[in-house]
Design a protein around this ligand. Structure first.
Ligand SMILES: Cc1cc2nc3c(=O)[nH]c(=O)nc-3n(C[C@H](O)[C@H](O)[C@H](O)COP(=O)(O)OP(=O)(O)OC[C@H]3O[C@@H](n4cnc5c(N)ncnc54)[C@H](O)[C@@H]3O)c2cc1C
Length: 316
């Protein structure tokens, strides 16, 4: 399997016509957000561009550059060690820095777009290195230009994040505020917050190293206010996150749970018992079995709530 350790390796592959054929390679970071539906993939390029460097520092913020292959959690640890703030809520998200902007990773009230400065990416046909600033990336909920109009056109080689030099905790997620309050910690440090996020994630989410899973399989659906109010008439406990533009985001996990599918199993593919948004491999399930289960879950939710669940996972 070809491995890119430097940008020059990608440029060489462009010159050699590696990306010219009709079949583009699967670009692989940590593989934590990919569901393979075949036993073999013809062409794969693994990204292992490492290195972290401070690019610029002002009184308020510091721009830090990370190679696309840098492990995300390793990067979070680096920022905490150096007193740079803004991504502590994104603790323990599996994967690499290069993949992080792809779906604008987010958790516990923070998305990478909140601290994003720019990234460098290589165009697969021309070999040209291009800079994408935040506004170029068209970030949305689990969305970016690299998943839409520029899909399969670029390899991200590095990212630049604009991190704060002074810590202000983001506690918009109720669970963070309430857990801190019950522990009597009224003045948490970034480390405290990172540890808390890690503890909550470990309680809820299966560890992919121990049980195969791709994290949240579905995105949380966003519906209009009318549809939300209609469903709420029947389900008065329907949770909701009100968005700008009169839209409402509904937790997919709640819909799946209320459809009675928590713990639902087909063959070796299973809806996780603690977090219904996660589909796990409870034995030797093939990618197709997971995909079949996901379709059953989505169809079932649709038939009850008239809401279509879209996968967050990249299906190959
Ligand atoms: C247990 C678990 C929990 C998770 N929790 C969260 C969460 O809280 N929030 C969240 O947002 N996500 C979450 N995820 C999803 C996943 O962690 C993220 O999507 C992560 O960014 C994927 O990184 P990766 O390196 O593993 O990417 P991969 O799975 O290798 O790739 C993902 C996609 O990005 C492409 N890609 C990868 N690297 C590059 C590159 N350098 N250039 C161009 N394209 C590239 C791949 O081709 C693929 O399409 C979770 C996953 C798991 C298994």
């Amino acid at each position: 399997m070809p491995v890119a350790r430097h940008e020059a390796d990608i440029l060489q592959l462009v010159k050699n016509g590696f990306f010219d054929e009709i079949k583009l390679p699967l670009v692989l970071g940590g593989g934590s957000n990919i569901l393979l539906t075949k036993d073999e993939v013809e062409k794969v390029l693994k990204i292992e561009i490492y290195g972290i460097e401070i690019v610029n520092r002002t009184n308020d913020y510091t721009i830090v550059k990370a190679g696309a292959g840098v492990n995300w959690q390793g990067f979070v640890e680096f920022t905490l060690d150096y007193g740079l703030y803004g991504i502590e809520n994104l603790t323990l998200i599996p994967g690499t820095c290069g993949a992080a902007p792809m779906q604008n990773i987010g958790a516990y009230g923070v998305e990478i777009s909140d601290v994003f400065d720019s990234l460098e990416a290589i165009h697969l046909q021309t070999g040209k290195k291009e800079i994408f600033y935040k506004e170029d990336c068209e970030f949305g909920y689990r969305q970016s230009v690299f998943k839409s109009t520029c899909k399969n056109e670029y390899i991200i080689s590095s990212i630049n994040l604009r991190l704060r030099n002074h810590f202000t905790p983001v506690l918009s997620y109720e669970v963070l505020a309430s857990r801190l309050e019950s522990s009597g910690n009224t003045n948490p440090t970034a480390r405290d917050l990172s540890r808390l996020v890690a503890a909550i994630r470990m309680e809820k989410l299966p560890d992919p190293a121990k049980q195969g899973n791709a994290g949240s399989f579905f995105k949380n659906p966003v519906v209009d206010m009318y549809q939300f109010q209609e469903i709420k008439k029947t389900y008065c406990d329907l949770p909701a996150y009100f968005q700008e533009d009169e839209k409402v985001k509904i937790p997919a996990a709640w819909l799946i749970e209320r459809a009675g599918l928590k713990g639902f199993q087909v063959g070796n593919a299973r809806v996780h018992d603690r977090q219904a948004l996660v589909l796990v491999n409870s034995g030797k399930a093939s990618g197709n079995e997971i995909l079949e289960l996901s379709k059953l879950v989505a169809d079932s939710v649709f038939s009850i709530f008239n809401i279509r669940l879209d996968p967050e996972v990249n299906i190959v």
